[in-house]
Design a protein around this ligand. Sequence first.
Ligand SMILES: Cc1cc2nc3c(=O)[nH]c(=O)nc-3n(C[C@H](O)[C@H](O)[C@H](O)COP(=O)(O)OP(=O)(O)OC[C@H]3O[C@@H](n4cnc5c(N)ncnc54)[C@H](O)[C@@H]3O)c2cc1C
Length: 473
Amino acid sequence: MLRCSNNEWGTMLTGAEYKASLDDGRKTYFEGEKIDDLVGHPLLGQTADITAKAYDNFYDPAPDAISPLLSVPQSADDLRELIPMLHHAGMMAHVTSSSIQTLKTAAGRMDGVKPDYIERIGHYIDEAQRGDVRITQCITDAKGDRSKKPSDQDDLDSYTRVVDRQRDGVVIRGAKLHITGASFGHDLLTIPTKAMKPGEEDWSIGCIVPVNAEGVKIINTTYAPRHDDVRTFPVSGNYHYPEGFVIFDDVFVPHERVFLDGETSMAAVFAHSLGLWERLGGLSALVEECDQLVGFAQLVAESNGTAGISHIKEKISEMIIHATLVRASLEAAIMNCSIGPDGAAFPNELFVNAGKFHAAANYNLMVRHLHDIAGGAVLTAPAPSDFENAEVGDLARKYMSTGKGVDGEYRANLMHAIRDLTADAYGGWKFVTNLQAGGGLYAQRIVTRRHYDMDNAKRKALDIAGMSEDDVG
Ligand SMILES: Cc1cc2nc3c(=O)[nH]c(=O)nc-3n(C[C@H](O)[C@H](O)[C@H](O)COP(=O)(O)OP(=O)(O)OC[C@H]3O[C@@H](n4cnc5c(N)ncnc54)[C@H](O)[C@@H]3O)c2cc1C
């Protein structure tokens, strides 16, 4: 069992304590209203419930216990163990773990900066583990005009920046967008979204901001279904994590929570470190999703009576090959992990980025095959409550059935799950998220290229052509 270093102050939170901790004066908004009772909110409160359940699942009353969800992997085996644990524990555990690993990775890569930063990162990780907090990742800035650098923007706040340096801390202003679970964590890991250049010192800010800090305001959006009966949303009805539009309206951050302030050459270290862990999370999620899509394709083909038809089998075979290659890239990323100076394990950059790119870029093909195989009932199958209606229930069952051994309601439920996962609000969220989360396809392409051994490839090409490097000219 994965476990962190023990300590005498460790106190893990129960689900109830987690919920109580959200009542801390945070300013969080939804569809024009300020939410005064996040836990009691009819829609968003469900996310607090889901997160609280994960706290309870991992709760250990021992006074020195530290959640394995906040641990730092030390080997390929630890990484392999951590990934399914995080999936099981849900999105808040995932973003917290990636934040811890990001800080650990960045600390190991920060050369020639104030040793204070690395010490502060170490202290923060320790406190976060002991406090059993949830951390969300604030990297993506509003960014203004994408073709301009931060200092050339019409609005200098388009990228989060330091607007005042005081004796005991800094004041930051800006906004971080699309932040998964921002209203449901305790701390906001706030780091530059890209590399910075000399002259961009004010935008080179990395720090931790408590969600309830004065000046933090979060606007939530969610794909959560708004139906009274969520049985037709078997996935998203039970599992939803709002994104937060996080505004830093002149927020004071004390020095002990500042990990970078002005060192432009180090700004990208955080983004690259986070990218690695976010893409590992994305890749491992896609491994699961690919298998789920294959499973749905086979189940729905069987229930439609088409599982033996050659073009259906071919499509499912293609899906299997894709799912297998995506899984193989995750396995390669774990097996080829490297161990940092203080013993922390990092997945292999090349395999993470190439695998995440390939899985995300071809996700639409997987979904296309599934929709093609399943048929229109994906969108139009009667709801579970229709099957309970005395007048039409049995008729719905009769006509949704495709023959003996295929219950109409079972087939409708398959269709509801496929619709929820791929063709409704959550399905749409997934489509965009798989492409954009972790920095988008372009970013993954750049990092893959950077880590690929091009010299080796060129040597091989010259070799097969009967030439050598001396012939290049
Ligand atoms: C559901 C969801 C959850 C997310 N969760 C988080 C989170 O928890 N934390 C977080 O920090 N972010 C999060 N993100 C944000 C995600 O990382 C960004 O959406 C992604 O990096 C793209 O940035 P953008 O949305 O600003 O789009 P843009 O930057 O506008 O990109 C759109 C397109 O333009 C291209 N482009 C933009 N600028 C340039 C340029 N200068 N040169 C070349 N091409 C360019 C991009 O490559 C892309 O193809 C999340 C996103 C989604 C959809």
